[in-house]
Design a protein around this ligand. Sequence first.
Ligand code: GDP
Ligand code: IMO
Ligand code: MG
Length: 439
Amino acid sequence: MANIIILGAQWGDEGKGKLVDLLACRYDYVVRYQGGHNAGHTILIGDRRFVLRLVPSGILHPGKTAVIGNGLVVDPIALIDEIDQLAAAGVDVANQLRISNRAQVLLPTHRVLEKITEALPGRTPIGTTSRGIGPCYENKASRRGIRIADLLDRDYFPGAVAQLMEDHLIRARAFGLEADSASTDIAAVTARYAEAAERIRPLVCDTVRLLSDAMAAGKQLLFEGAQGTMLDLDHGTYPFVTSSSACAGGACTGAGIPPSKIDGVIGITKAYCTRVGGGPFPSEALDAMGDLLRNRGHEFGSVTGRPRRCGWFDVPVIRYSAAINGFDSMVLTKLDVMDELDEIPVCIGYRLGGVMTREMPATHRLLAKVEPVFERVQGWKSSTKGISEWTELPEAARQYITFLEEQTGVEAGCISTGPERSETVVRSGSCFARLTGRL
Ligand code: GDP
Ligand code: IMO
Ligand code: MG
């Protein structure tokens, strides 16, 4: 057993929530380190479905501590909504949730400012979740942000929020942006946020100290990434990315954890590929096959309900992602979605200017120009739904998985065959089994 990071290897929605929930029983702390309520991590337990946005997926296990790290941008109103839903479902939030006093506070005017890039004519929108994530991280980087500790400071917060919101409103007016009064009325927002502050006050602490003491006491930590490596601010398909460090390195800065304390990194990847929003997607299937994946995989955004763009497993993406994150193992999710296919295209490389490459171009313009090179692998044409033993998977499904391992150079230590906890194959002897204690 060890401290591990679980994160998305593609463009998000790989099934991180399911995996974190599955493994959380073996860890003491589950820690989010970046992003905000742009994330939507779905967990299915029997007939109960939870979609977690800010709260780490480990909270559904009684007795486990879920930590919102310093690297997040937190909309306190969205957080309280989530807390109330969890409490209504019987979760002991008061004892299980802790929030970093250094996380950033997201304001309604951040959402208004997002319209500058997303809604004004003549711009190329990123297709964001419209949650205000980018503008909030902008304020953090420009050292104008308000942190959770500031929100709790009754003497400081009203002045600080008024000043920041006034600046936001000047920009909003200059760009001719429309906004509802609930977002722009400074006194009303201040009062709403002050009320929210009192609700979360008992949960806020110095989470760096909390986690440091926990590690000293021999506790096990699981870090839960949001979004995915290709949406990482530095390494993703910039500018069609989110505004935080979704890669493994982000766990150290976003939770205040020394790199020396991380024992393993597990990449979650769909057995195919999806993306929400704009930006290049070389292996996208714009034909009926894409529709089939979308319908069988219920590929509609858990935050915005948007149809997800669907395509095939992209080897260069995973090789690149593995280089950045150092995957010890990958988890292939949603294998069951591909059960009906006669054959499965796998993007094994790109052709760019007539030259074959397996590397990731640095610009979105070049990535949009690459021609995917596909190799077709035989489908298995039988149900894998719910299978939990490697030997029970159809031979062709095992061959598909082995092909992906050979192409990417990463072990597929775990395969997910359905959304439920039990619908999971853990390969004995794998690095995944060793790291997660599921031998
Ligand atoms: P996350 O953001 O990475 O946590 O992923 P999402 O929750 O946004 O999207 C993954 C969706 O796939 C969720 O609805 C899960 O319940 C579902 N899911 C996860 N693993 C599997 C699987 O192996 N098979 C199927 N059919 N669905 C899965
Ligand atoms: P989880 O954690 C998939 C995408 C948006 C958009 C880009 C920037 O559930 O995997 P943002 O609102 O973050 O500024 O949008 O990133 N995006 C996600 N796509 N899953 C997510 O989260 C995402 N969070 C952001 O669609 O393209
Ligand atoms: Mg999601």
